[in-house]
Design a protein around this ligand. Structure first.
Ligand code: ATP
Ligand code: MG
Length: 267
């Protein structure tokens, strides 16, 4: 169950070069319920393009997408209801005049009962903001509204494009807790992120995109313990990764991730 994609190929035509360019090149992967899957890769490697296929925002030239083993007509109501997407620039998703209307929009559209207080609590959004115009909110607050509005429609699959970008530490922690809770309740979550600490700590699977292709699909532990060439993947190595630990002590790494303290006995 969850979702599965097989051999997605998407091309656009480059009129200057007079030839097609492949944005997605035979992308196949599987995401399971209760898991958080990370999608990482260099800038321009096709991450956003890929996730936009997952609810039909973009249509592949070839390949198949199955949601719980079923395929759906492009952008059909049933498909849109099952997959909720929070886009990379989530403020662009907001178009109504109050936060309350914004959060309720998809739920109303799908005739789903919703509870604004509960939805605000899910993303830790202050309910006093409900009467405000979404455009008057801060970037982090807008992100929370976009996520709440997607959750209001009770999707079974949640896709987020760089949900931590621009959030402060507290907002990141709150969002991490919310995502873990949703996954624990059986939601399938896939997110694009550049935050490798989050990947290591909270994801069960990580797929690496490069030039429209998936070049690795592993558990974070495999990716972080193998002699991964981060530069080749186009990913900026954090201080943690620069130590290039091939055989590391997991407890010491966790301590580093949480407190920033390096255990001198280990290193
Ligand atoms: N409509 C389009 N026309 C031309 N090129 C496109 C189009 N859509 C996407 N691309 C190109 O496809 C590539 C992948 O873009 P995409 O937005 O998926 O990258 P990304 O991995 O999400 O990058 P980032 O980390 O910067 O968000 C880029 O080179 C982009 O310029
Ligand atoms: Mg992107």
């Amino acid at each position: 169950m969850g979702f599965e994609v097989f051999d997605l190929i998407t091309e656009i035509y480059d009129y200057q070069k007079n030839k097609p360019i492949r944005l997605l090149d035979k992308v196949s992967l599987k995401a399971n319920p209760g898991e958080i899957m990370a999608i990482i890769g260099a800038i321009g490697s096709g991450k956003s393009t890929f996730i936009q296929h997952l609810n039909g925002l973009k249509k592949a030239d070839n390949g198949l997408i199955l949601i719980h083993n079923e395929s759906y007509p492009n952008q059909s109501r049933e498909w849109l209801k099952k997959v909720g997407i929070v886009q990379q620039f989530s403020q662009k998703q907001l178009f109504l005049t109050t936060v309350a209307d914004e959060i309720a929009f998809a739920a109303k559209n799908f005739e789903i009962t919703y509870d604004l207080n509960h939805l605000c609590a899910l993303v830790d959004l202050d309910t006093t903001l409900l009467a405000r115009h979404p455009r008057t909110l801060s970037g982090g607050q807008m992100r929370k509204v976009a996520i709440a509005s997607v959750l209001a429609a009770q999707p079974e699959i949640l896709i987020l494009d760089e949900p931590f970008a621009g959030l402060d530490w507290q907002a990141q922690t709150e969002l991490t807790q919310a995502l873990n809770k949703l996954a624990a309740n059986g939601m399938t979550i896939a997110l694009v992120t550049h935050d490798l600490n989050f990947v290591y700590e909270h994801c069960q699977k990580v797929v690496v995109f490069s030039d429209g292709k998936i070049i690795a699909e592993k558990t974070p532990k495999q990716l972080f313990t193998e002699d991964t060439n981060w530069q080749e993947l186009g990913i900026e190595a954090t201080p943690l990764l620069q130590t290039n630990f091939v055989t590391f002590d997991e407890q010491a790494v966790k301590k580093w991730l949480i407190s920033g303290e390096v255990d001198n006995e280990t290193y």
